[in-house]
Design a protein around this ligand. Structure first.
Ligand code: PRX
Length: 630
């Protein structure tokens, strides 16, 4: 499929993708290496939440990310690895080297008992081995479940047990700015409650002393020496599982989103090349962690299947100083830079001299993802980082969608600050009102749904198809519901306004309020909790917890600290509440439902119009909450 090169060709491809989706996606899919072609392009039923793309097509995604580039690009860099500490050397890994390493790690997994279909948990820092690990799983048909290395033992236990992982890949520790995080000890704590794990393979990164459990734990370096570096790729069906990735739900435990091989490959590749207009040999840098979907789709699978040069960064934007991103861009002459609004907002607060000391003229395209970007941050990014010349590609998508859905196409779509702009080919958005009617005109605001399947959509929630159906396909029968609110302006441009459910996005990380509430409730002094989001200058949203204790606390700050530490331990430091207000009651309806609307308003600092509170069980708690707001 020819890449879109003008606005007219966008309109043409979009039209074709809607009028004849099967023909359109066949043409895109024909650009890949399939061992056997599919028998049907698409089978679907949104009422049953069932979708299959390229059924009976046979492939291996790593043949498309690695083997097929070797005849022409073996010596071209595939991954540039930039370490946490700028004084340590960066590494250029060619496609040939990546191929060899992936094959070796694939053989290491096999030698340690892993077969097609087995689930492997990956809990690792951003080091080259994590890329080898993911691709090695894909090579042998094992299903990877990457858990972000900032999550705690409690979160690991839920995820490892839900997926029934047999093996864990980890490292001794991780560097994060000037801190060292003991990943292996977190794994050790988690595995006391994970009966399915038989083997742990530990890569060395920080050289920290770690405990190794005999019979269970082995060193990566020793294991890779025992195997050869040739490993034939397993033949996978297009609909076989490629990976599980957990995302927060508005209720209950995290949801293991299931992505499959064929459609995911086709769509992440197509959207990567289209939205960023990637040109051969450009250096592309996505600052996400591989623990999130952005890292899966747009550090590894999308760019590598396109034969791109993808930069992997181990560190953080603020260390050794607030100029680190800009230093890395100069150092590696980055052409396409893709980051999160929260990072932009925090870097915007630093003196401009951190930006000005670096030469950023290599940049051609900028991107953002993860949450709505405010206009001010958009302009700062556009002017100071892109010198007013680089388009800002505001990509709206989700863990569940696998790839970009609504996004400008670089240098083709006219931009509008804070707008994700127009749907990519194949994507059919629908704006719905509260009663479930589709708003067909422009100039409307409502809830965002998707009318028709696209190849990289999640197929189910691992082990719980009913929950998949209930969460995504029951709100608007026959449509996929995103959980986001949006505006469609007079030109048909989309602006995503944020979540309309009980998920909050803190520094670009998706979190369920219910999950944080149940962590806080674990504290012995706590009787009940309600958590809401509130606008936060840098993080986008902050976490505000209203907590009822059995006895009025004597030392409130001490208890606040204990609660924060407890949440960090159970979920991870990213879920620590920013504000904790102790209250004697929560605003509840007579049927016992917490009126979160009121709590959100108070947390926002807007108590002028709380709406009708007379239907509450005890309206007087509202005054107390207002008076004690932080
Ligand atoms: O609310 C939307 C927001 O992030 C949610 C998805 O989060 P997650 O599954 O963690 O995936 C993040 C990386 C794709 C969405 O429901 N979101 C994501 N991108 C944008 C966004 N909100 C506004 N604009 C965006 N560009």
């Amino acid at each position: 499929m020819e890449i879109i090169h003008s606005f007219a060709s966008y309109i043409d491809q979009y039209k074709r993708s809607i009028e004849n989706p099967e023909e359109f996606w066949t043409e895109v899919a024909n650009d890949f290496h399939w061992r056997k072609n599919w028998d049907s392009v698409l089978e679907w039923d949104f009422h049953k939440a069932e979708v299959q793309w390229f059924k009976d097509g046979k492939l291996n995604i790593t043949e498309n990310c690695l083997d097929r580039h070797l005849p022409t690009c073996a010596n071209q860099t595939a991954i540039i690895w930039e370490p946490n500490d700028p004084s340590e050397a960066s590494i250029h890994i060619t496609y040939q080297e990546l191929y060899v390493n992936v094959c070796r790690v694939a053989n290491m997994l096999k030698a340690n008992g892993i077969q097609k279909g087995d689930r492997v948990c990956i809990y690792m820092p951003m080091i080259p081995e994590v890329a080898y690990a993911m691709l090695a799983c894909a090579r042998i048909g094992a299903v990877h479940s990457v858990v972000f290395a900032g999550f705690s033992a409690g979160s690991l236990i839920d995820r490892i047990n839900d997926a029934g992982c047999k093996l864990v890949l980890t490292s001794d520790g991780a560097y994060r700015g000037d801190k060292v995080i003991g990943l292996k000890s977190i794994i050790d704590e988690a595995l006391e409650k994970c009966p399915t794990v038989e083997r742990v393979i530990v890569a060395k990164r920080t050289m920290s002393r770690v405990a190794m459990k005999p019979g269970r734990d082995v060193w990566w370096n020793d294991e890779v020496k025992k195997v050869t570096d040739s490993c034939a790729a397993e033949e996978m069906d297009a609909e076989d599982l490629l990976f599980i990735l957990y995302t927060s739900g508005s209720t209950g435990k995290p949801k293991g989103m299931v992505h499959t091989c064929g459609g995911y490959m086709v769509f992440t590749n197509y959207t990567f090349r289209t939205a960023f207009q990637y040109q051969e040999r450009q250096v592309y840098w996505c600052t996400a962690d591989v623990g999130w979907i952005t890292g899966h789709s747009y550090i590894l699978y999308g760019p590598l299947s396109a034969g791109a040069i993808t930069l992997m960064f181990e560190g953080i934007p603020s260390w050794p100083d607030m100029g680190r991103f800009w230093h890395v861009i100069e150092k590696h002459r980055v052409n396409i830079f893709y980051t999160a609004p929260t990072a932009i907002r925090s870097l915007e607060k630093a003196p401009l001299s951190f930006v000005k000391q670096y030469d950023l003229h290599s940049l051609k395209v900028l991107g953002t993802v993860g949450e709505p970007i405010n206009e001010e941050a958009w302009h700062w990014y556009h002017e100071n980082i892109g010198h007013g010349k680089c388009p800002v590609i505001d990509t709206w998508w989700q863990t569940e969608t696998g790839g970009f859905m609504i996004s400008p196409i670089a240098n083709i779509t006219k931009l509008k600050p804070a707008y994700a702009t127009l749907p990519l080919p194949g994507i059919q958005p629908a704006v719905m009102d509260e009663n479930g009617n589709e708003l067909l005109a422009n100039g409307v605001e409502g809830r965002l749904a998707i009318r028709f399947p696209w190849p990289s959509m999640a197929r189910t929630i691992y082990g719980d198809h009913q929950r998949f159906k209930d969460t995504y396909f029951s709100t608007f029968p026959g449509k996929y519901f995103t959980g986001d609110g949006c505006k469609r302006d007079d030109e048909g441009y989309y602006r995503i306004t944020g979540r309309v459910d009980d998920i909050i996005i803190v520094s670009g990380h998706n979190m369920g309020t219910a999950e944080i509430e149940s962590a806080i409730d674990e504290h012995s002094a706590v009787c009940e909790t309600a958590v809401v989001g509130y606008p936060h200058d840098i993080k986008g949203q902050g976490i505000y917890a209203y907590v009822i204790c059995y006895d009025r606390p004597h030392e409130e700050d001490k208890l606040r600290n204990e609660i924060r530490e407890l949440v960090a331990k159970i979920i991870g430091p990213i879920a620590k509440p920013d504000k904790i207000q102790f209250v004697s009651g929560l605003p509840k309806t007579r049927s016992g439902k917490i009126m979160r609307r009121i709590l959100r308003k108070v947390a926002e600092g807007d108590t002028s119009n709380l709406g009708d509170v007379t239907t509450l069980l005890d309206p007087s708690v509202v005054d107390e909450i207002k008076a004690g707001a932080i």
